[in-house]
Design a protein around this ligand. Structure first.
Ligand code: ZN
Length: 79
């Protein structure tokens, strides 16, 4: 015998870049959506952002390149 319970599922369906405002909807073949850099974390003790404060950021791949590329290392897979 099996028993089932109904539940509501929340699924991420789109992202908007916090810098340029570009919007990408979730789709298996949508590179723009999948190449976002997303940060969602709680600052810890001693953080310059304030202990316990929440840090959230979504950047599209174009803004990642524009803003962070000077410090990034881009290499082939598995290196
Ligand atoms: Zn952007």
């Amino acid at each position: 015998m099996q028993f089932f319970t109904s539940s509501e599922t929340v699924v991420l369906s789109a992202k908007t870049c916090d810098r340029c405002g570009c919007h990408a909807k979730m789709a298996v073949d949508d590179a723009e959506f999948h190449e976002f850099l997303s940060v969602d974390r709680q600052a810890g003790y001693g953080s310059i952002f304030g202990d316990g404060n929440r840090l959230k950021l979504d950047l599209c791949q174009h803004c990642i390149k524009d803003v962070l590329s000077q410090w990034m290392t881009v290499s082939d897979q598995c290196q």
